[in-house]
Design a binder for this molecule. Structure first.
Ligand SMILES: Nc1ncnc2c1ncn2[C@@H]1O[C@H](COP(=O)(O)OP(=O)(O)O)[C@@H](O)[C@H]1O
Ligand SMILES: C[C@@](O)(CCOP(=O)(O)O)CC(=O)O
Ligand SMILES: [Mg+2]
Length: 383
């Protein structure tokens, strides 16, 4: 029995970090996916195997995994449950038994999340799991959420508690279980991020453009053609550390930080109003695009003030400014990706020139479809 699940990455248009502290963010799915193929194997082959296009290749015997985790009473697929610190330590011990390549040590938390989601949802069934991704990992495009969402969807599709019609052909949305997928993915994100807001797993599960505040997601019908250039600084960073640094700054300067976070929330609210409005003509559209550009500049300034920008991000902002284009970091910052708004009047030739200049610094530029599908599954399909 085999299933493949694919889940999209995301861009945060406004409100990253502030959303962790209860303020509104606006985010959109993008058409770059992480895919997870899960094949259950016969009981004779007593291992759980994880193959990953990031270069990881691990296999654990079922007997060893049971020894460490069976006291937890899994599977409990219908009850998304947090992984305790003590259990994370046990998972780390399982991973430490394998020779983990030093250069990939940042991926260890992804493997802990895998072991937690796998055993909680499927128990101790032998299987091979293959992960592949079109998303840069650790670059602000929500690779961690896409990974947790795709993993949760594939595991739930083959779990005993979910009865699926496995004869369905092609990709389809997992509507009936999307809420459950989202909740499990959030538990995986907690292992990777420490304190996720839930915006990334929600937009990856449900797709489209969303507004998100204190765990509540509202779908937004965007009536604006949104074009963004995405530039990857290729500077590695870790969301968990950046989120923790912002929380520490908030503890040191509660009054100032609360004003900054509220200002970011006002920007998110204005973003959502503008993109839902109908521009009656080109003049009105470009006025709206100018407002969004200003909001991006302000959001970036506020993100700088909470300590999550980076010299590489500033270089991109300045370069795009020479073309009168506004940018902001997206995701946790500290490196990772930057969004540059491409208003409708900007020609392909101008974009090409900007891309050439940015790539001459060693950055990588691309565009992506904004606001498409959420998680989808397909039976008997290999990615
Ligand atoms: N394809 C994947 N395989 C294994 N782990 C992954 C994968 N994608 C993401 N991760 C996990 O997510 C982490 C990166 O997440 P994060 O720092 O939140 O950045 P982002 O979500 O912006 O890419 C990685 O270090 C790893 O633990
Ligand atoms: C910084 C934050 O707002 C977004 C993090 O996104 P990413 O992991 O950098 O793609 C954290 C969160 O909302 O959980
Ligand atoms: Mg992440």
């Amino acid at each position: 029995m085999e299933v493949t699940a694919r889940a999209p990455g995301k861009i945060i248009l406004a409100g990253e970090h502030a959303v962790v502290h209860g303020c509104t963010a606006v985010a959109s799915s993008i058409d770059l996916y992480t895919s997870v193929s899960l094949r259950l194997r016969s009981e004779g082959e007593g291992t759980i195997k994880l193959l990953n296009d990031t270069g990881l290749d691990f296999s654990w015997s079922i007997a060893r995994i049971k020894e460490v985790l069976s006291h937890l009473g899994s599977p409990f697929s219908s009850t998304p449950t947090s992984c305790s610190l003590e259990t994370v330590k046990s998972l780390a011990a399982l991973v430490d038994e394998k020779s983990f390549p030093e250069s990939k040590i940042g991926l260890a938390s992804g493997v802990y999340a895998f072991l937690w989601l796998y055993t909680s949802i499927l128990g101790f069934k032998p299987a091979t799991v293959i992960v592949s991704s079109e998303l840069p990992v650790g670059a602000g495009l929500g690779s961690s959420a896409a990974y947790c969402v795709a993993l949760s969807a594939a595991l739930l599709a083959l779990s005993d508690s979910v009865k699926m019609d496995v004869s369905q052909k092609g990709w389809f949305t997992f509507k009936a279980k999307a809420e459950l997928v989202n909740k499990w993915a959030f538990e995986g994100e907690k292992i990777i991020h420490g304190r996720p807001s839930g915006v990334d797993n929600s937009v990856s599960t449900f797709g489209n453009v969303i507004k998100f505040k204190t765990g509540v997601m509202t779908r937004i019908d965007s009536n604006m053609p949104l074009r963004m250039l995405i530039t990857n600084t290729k500077v590695g960073r870790d969301t968990k550390a950046l989120v923790a640094n912002v929380s520490a700054r908030k503890l040191r300067h509660p009054g100032a930080m609360s004003s900054v976070l509220n200002a970011i929330e006002a920007i998110s609210d204005e973003w959502s109003t503008i993109i839902q409005s109908h521009a009656v003509d080109d003049l009105c559209l470009s006025a709206n695009e100018e407002k969004l550009a200003e909001l991006m500049e302000m959001n970036q300034g506020l993100l700088f003030s909470i300590g999550v920008s980076h010299a590489s991000i500033e270089t991109i902002l300045q370069t795009a400014m020479e073309y009168k284009l506004a940018s902001k970091l997206t995701g946790a910052g500290g490196g990772g990706c930057v969004l540059t708004l491409l208003p409708s009047h900007v020609s392909g030739a101008v974009v090409d020139k900007l891309v050439e200049e940015l790539e001459s610094f060693g950055f990588q530029c691309f565009t992506a479809g904004i606001g498409g599908n959420g998680v989808q599954i397909s039976f008997g399909h290999s990615s």
